[in-house]
Design a protein around this ligand. Structure first.
Ligand SMILES: N[C@@H](CCC(=O)N[C@@H](CS)C(=O)NCC(=O)O)C(=O)O
Length: 234
């Protein structure tokens, strides 16, 4: 049995999709990251970085195991289920390469684009800084979408000529393209691939579930996510 600690965000959604795709036995525990539940001592024991997703597998290969970081969790589940990570070495490493591209670039940069376009207070450091940050991350997000679009121009799936954990990691970030300052029509291959992934029953099931879980965002949520609460932790 697997306990998954998660929220309705792209990093959580990657793991929801993988668990559904693999048909593994799991229970979801929703962590309200807007109200600060990620700072609860019991959650920090599983996820010392105060972030979802985190997972506890009571039936791991060497007994109970607990993991944080969505990329590590996807690799763990692929290894456990023997699914969605090819075994042929070139295809396996190509998949891991695109997974790392998402973990190190596509996720963090799109996250910054989202932050400066939606959450940053007006001109926090002076009149020039906010537009600079918005441009910097919106442009970098567009560059990364172009890299993905180029890859998908000649491939049905992101890596290894099959549906893998790389697709699952990248897909949820593309849902929020508007908040990242992007127009999906600028990336027609991404658009085609997105529809292909979204049509999978496991993915559609998760997207329906997430629609019911959109939380309220207020000043306190901002403080929890970006303010003093983050700096006083640990
Ligand atoms: N690199 C981490 C990023 C996880 C992450 O940023 N989680 C966010 C939600 S998408 C979170 O839990 N934020 C709460 C906080 O920072 O306090 C992963 O891929 O698991």
């Amino acid at each position: 049995m697997i306990d998954l600690y998660t929220a309705a965000t792209p990093n959580g959604q990657k793991v929801h999709i993988m668990l559904e795709e693999c048909g593994l036995d799991y229970e979801m525990h929703w962590i309200d990251i807007d109200s600060g539940e990620q700072f609860a001592p019991d959650f920090l024991k599983v996820s010392p970085n105060n972030k979802i997703p985190a997972l506890v597998d009571h039936d791991g290969p060497s007994g109970k195991i607990s993991l944080f970081e969505s990329g590590a969790i996807l690799l763990y589940l692929a290894d456990k289920a023997k699914k969605f990570l090819p075994t042929e070495p070139n295809r396996k490493w190509e998949t891991i390469q695109w997974l790392m591209w998402q973990m190190g670039g596509f996720g963090p940069m799109l996250g910054q684009a989202h932050h400066f376009n939606k959450y940053a207070p007006e001109n926090p450091l002076g009149p020039v800084v906010l537009p600079y940050a918005q441009d910097r991350y919106t442009n970098e997000a567009a560059r990364l979408y172009r890299v993905l679009d180029h890859q998908l121009a000649t491939h049905d799936w992101v890596a290894a000529e099959e549906y893998t954990i790389a697709d699952m990691a990248i897909f949820p970030w593309c849902r929020l393209y508007e908040r990242q300052g992007q127009n999906i029509d600028d990336f027609p291959n991404v658009k085609r691939w997105f529809a292909l992934v979204a049509a999978r029953p496991a993915v559609a099931k998760d997207m329906n579930k997430l629609e019911d879980i959109v939380g309220e965002w207020d000043e306190e949520s901002w403080e929890v996510s970006f303010g003093a609460r983050q700096r006083t932790q640990q």
